[in-house]
Design a protein around this ligand. Structure first.
Ligand SMILES: [Ca+2]
Ligand SMILES: [Ca+2]
Ligand SMILES: [Ca+2]
Length: 310
């Protein structure tokens, strides 16, 4: 069962987060990550996802993330718009469907900016010419440019802001072949909003930085269905308790054919079994149907699994 997220109406829905030292990031590297799902009714307009933009002593500073009118996602940054202009880097393709997508903007302040969608990197752009402080006193906005314009039409889930340039290996691990792994707080996380509250008007920051956000109009709905645990091949042969799971994803490591995985599925009561080139998917009929599954011995298969009811 999916956890919650927030739905934005394209008109006047947004979230404000008060400016703070932790969100300002100065000259640090920056990574903005989130999961989004478009409503395709209003493609083509500029739609904003994250904004931190303000002026300090006449110098306008920002780091932002939004859809352009051509449906590509763009990240933009400047330390002083009036003097230095700004830098923008974009996704490798347009997003015009209503699927969930994992969006990452990496700002390596003395190197490249890179925009990833679903683990595919857009062309990196040298952003070192605007490496000064981007700190400003404006609220951060999620889901809109302002209270009335350029708002997002769709769902936003699980936003994380970090004070490092997260690497392609880490991004790939979170993408996890399309079975996304939920963000966690680490030493470089300055804000993480799971957006799982499901009621009322606040999204709580999972870090100790208290970057809690206030919801304006956006409504609660079901979010991306994250992997919440993922036993690996090291569990092979030891058995996996699937009594609390609703679905199991079997990924074949090298040397294991789909035949072996199909045999594995036969020991649990499943339905809607589907297969890909390297993956089988099984749906467990009821919470108690699964029992204990023995993996093939020898560390040859992995079972990423989705828990139910959290
Ligand atoms: Ca750097
Ligand atoms: Ca969520
Ligand atoms: Ca509204």
């Amino acid at each position: 069962m999916a956890q919650k997220c927030l739905s934005f109406d394209f008109i006047d829905d947004y979230i404000t987060v008060p400016s703070s030292d932790s969100l300002n990031l100065g000259t640090d590297d920056i990574t903005i990550e989130m999961w989004i799902k478009r409503n395709t009714d209003n493609l083509g307009g500029q739609q904003w996802l994250y904004k931190k933009r303000g002026a300090v002593a006449g110098a306008t500073k920002w780091f932002n993330l939004y859809f352009q009118t051509n449906n590509y996602i763009l990240a933009t940054i400047t330390d002083n718009y009036e003097v230095n202009g700004y830098k923008t880097f974009v996704s490798s393709s347009a997003i015009t469907d209503s699927n969930w997508h994992y969006v990452v903007a990496v700002f390596d302040r003395d190197g490249n900016g890179t925009l990833y969608v679903d683990n595919v990197a857009g062309t990196p752009l040298d952003i070192s010419a605007v490496s000064g402080s981007v700190s400003n006193t404006a609220d951060a906005l999620i889901g809109a440019y302002s209270t009335t314009i350029r708002s997002f039409d769709g769902l936003i889930d699980e936003v994380r802001i970090s004070n490092i340039a997260r690497g392609s290996d880490e991004i790939s691990a979170i993408w996890n072949g399309g079975n996304g792994v939920q963000f966690e707080v680490d030493a470089n996380t300055v804000a993480l909003w799971h957006m799982n509250e499901g009621s009322a008007g606040t999204i709580y920051d999972e870090t100790n930085n208290d970057n809690d956000g206030t919801i304006h109009g956006a409504s609660w709905t079901d979010g991306y269905d994250f992997l919440t645990s993922h036993p690996t091949s090291s569990d092979a042969g030891s058995g996996l308790d699937v009594s609390t799971l609703s679905e199991v994803f079997f990924s074949a490591d090298s040397g294991v054919g789909l035949g072996a995985l199909a045999a594995l599925l036969a020991v649990i009561n499943t339905s809607e079994v589907s297969s890909g080139s390297d993956r089988l998917r099984a749906k467990i009929e009821s919470a108690t149907a699964g029992g204990d599954v023995k993996l093939p011995p020898g560390g040859q298969a992995s079972i990423p699994s989705r828990k139910v009811g959290i």
